[in-house]
Design a protein around this ligand. Sequence first.
Ligand SMILES: [Zn+2]
Length: 1006
Amino acid sequence: MNQKKVLFHLFLFLSISVFAQQNITIAQPNGCGSDNYLQILRKDAAFSANELNMNKQIRLFNASNEIIRQRTNATNNNGKTTYSVSPITGIISIPVVVHIIKSNPESVTDQMVIDGIKELNDAFAHQGSYSSDPLGVNTGIQFCLAKTAPDGSLTNGIDRISSYYENIDVDLESGVLATLSQWDPAYYANIWLVSGIKGEIPPTIFECGSWQRVGYGGYASAGGGLVVSSLSGPLVAHEMGHFLSLLHTFQGQNCANADCTLDGDLVCDTPPDRSTKSSPCNSPENSCNTDTISGPFKKDVPDNISNFMDYGSPCPSVFTQGQSDRMHAFINLFNGGSLLNSNRCNLPCTDAILAKFDWYANPHPMIGDVVSFNNSSTGASSYKWYVNGVLMANTPSFNYTVSSVGTYIVKLVAYNTSGNCTSSYTGNVLVDCGVVARFSPDKRIIASESGIYKDPVLFQNTSYGATNYQWFVSDKTGATFSNAGNTKDLLYDFLQPGTYKIKLVASNGSCVSNSNTYTLTVLDPKPDGALSVYQVSCYKTDSIRIVFGINNTGYDTLHAGAIVSFYDKFPGAVNPQKLNNSFVLPNDILGKCGAVFTQIVGVSKPKQDSITLIFDEANVINELIESNNTVFKQKFQFRISATPADTIVFTNSTLPLLLINNSLDPISSIIWSPNIGLSCNTCANPTLNVTDTVLMKVLANSSFNCTDSAYSYIKVFPIDISLDSTSIVCFNNDSLLVTVKVCLANGYKRLKKKIEIEYFNNDFNLVPAIKLGSIFIDSNTVFSNGCVVVPAYIKMTLTPNVFVAINTSLAQFETNTSNNSKLTKYTPFKLIAQPTDYDAYRGENLPITIINQGDAYKNIIWTPSEGLSCTNCLSTIINTKINRNYKIWGINKFYCTDSTYVNISTYYRSHLALPTVFTPNGDGLNDYFYVIAGKEVVSVNKFQIFNRWGQKVFESNNSKPNEYISGWDGYYKGKIAENGTYIYYILITLLDGTIEEVKGNITLFR
Ligand SMILES: [Zn+2]
């Protein structure tokens, strides 16, 4: 079991190992009671109105003076905008009178007072032992022990009163000092130096079984005066700050800084501060983060703990420029600037005389006493004594009989020899019947109740001159007093909480004195166990681990043995089940204190996710509050989740996975599965190389050995096969070579199943189609860059289309088949002569080009080769004198062939070109005589040849021109005709239908 004692006021963080301790005790044993004193003064409406008005005027005064300051852009180390401040043109001197209120006031010498004022001046000038902190400024305000008394004569600014009021009770007697001695506060700063101030600076706080009570070092009010228990420089500087209107730097204790002239201490260059606690000089606390909301701070800075107006600093040494400004404004405004212009720091005359007297021999005279005034003046040659303003004597010493109750104002005026310089000293002689009832409680707030926790208060009797005492204590409502005893001091037990009034009657014979009445608050001291749950965790699957605190918010001790019970449901649920392992408080917990525990309890069912803690279920403890004994917590089970929970990605992509811990318990181990493609299977954030749809499971263990799992469902986009391009060529005359590009989308590089590519002569979706062939792509085929090129040889088709379809059986699952087929037109390999028949002039060039359709030819051959410029070209030039027929044969690179023909007919350019000689000697040249004609000659109707004897040796009818076989071969009746001249007669039909007759001679020559 783990118990840590913590202060009740702590903030408790969820992590049980971290506790921030904030002790509220004020380190300085003697604090400043000005705030409490102001609360007392503010009960007077006129005082409050004056205070508000003064603050308003100071604000306006400082705002009008702001224009003489020039802001600079500089920001100093403290994050503060710096000002160029007008140099101090003159030192303001405030006259001070020190009233030493002691039973032996001579124990404080003049030199001690002078030294105290020097310390005060060093503090205000930021010099001497106060000069080192750069945050401080010379305020330009100094203090002098008054040299001019209220009546205008010489004084040293010190008076001494022997009085039992050297210890005053701030709650009961705060007003009494002014009745002992006070100089006009309009012209003097009155400092009352006493031996001790009894009281507690509120708020008094109870912590871990005891009260933290802070005593008084001093108190002051603006323009009123200062009460101090010593002449310590920082203490007097602090209270003098209050006298000159400064507030504590932590004023309000709320960090408010909406307007630095209206919030906190009303001073802008002291950072917002809510803390009264002490922190090291070199490591100041930063209690507020509101610094930059208004005012000169450009960044959040620590509290100015070294400020005279802060508490508890071991190194008080700073008034800031803003505080200086506020004090200057106050001095200018207070009572019309009377302090500023009082001139009481100046010597009214220069003679070394000083009036002084005392009545220490009988400092508290009764009616009828003769009071002897002891003249201890120096430098004087004559004196005058006054009582209540009436001249009573001019002797060095003076006796006076006091005849009635009251205050006698006795004044001594001492004269120099010339009489033009005087010094005066005044004393208030308080006369009564000889008894003053006084007391002072040792505690200002308690918690007490009969049978629970008794905290008796000692009322210390500080009465003067009494022989009999009677104490009266009211009931708990303060309404009815009853006799509480007649001992000197009263030790009183308050048996019920309430608001009590206490008073003392002191007497000596017929002289009776009534004390002021003290009001005491008595709080209910009952203990109170308040539960707080800091952490609940699943523990080893079958238990729950609970870190909880028991805070005693009451005053009395919570004793060991108190029980915390655990239930599985919220209070009021049906059938809550009590869990094993109730907690038993092992040690006492003092009032306003707390402790943190860890308890492990068994679960009522697996993954139980709610728990109720009940403190003191049996109600055996009498608590202040019962309603804070039950705490319900739920949703603390160890739970994880995984992201992405459900996603779809491309295959072969990389996906980051993330385990998310939805509980506060740390994770001790992680396992992802299946462990395929993971960068790390024991990390919270592995990456996964996704190859296929997978359900990833992650299993985690908490640091307390509980398990949870989560899933990440990762799907991949399915394969999408597409047909990208198709080329078709003729192959070997009976086949086609079809090449297709098949691609895989969505990141795939392989098929999972083999697929078929099918080839048809038409789109089978539209018309009946004949399958021309098929081929398979294997599942181990690698699609580099996502694609593969597949050639296939299929049957020749006569349709000019090939329809390719892939994966028609969906052997490989895919969702998009719209891109799985393609209809491609193709053109067969073909050679075409267009036209096939040509007319050519004999011996002239005729260019002819053969058209190559479909695949490009690889080789082409013209036969016969005669008369051709090129025999293996698509384009050639023909030059022939006779009619010819050419065959053109070609082949593509895949052995498909085709051929075509051209017919060339030759002609002469004129009608007839008949020779004059022919030589039929069988040499192949000019062996026939025939009709050579231009192409406009359509036919030779009649061709007759006669010899010189008129015999017809040859005749042909209706032949074609330009055909030698239709001509005469030189034979007549089977014999070679004799050489000689022959006559021919030709009848021809022309293209236009006209008939022409031609006659001529030809010589046969052999
Ligand atoms: Zn103070």
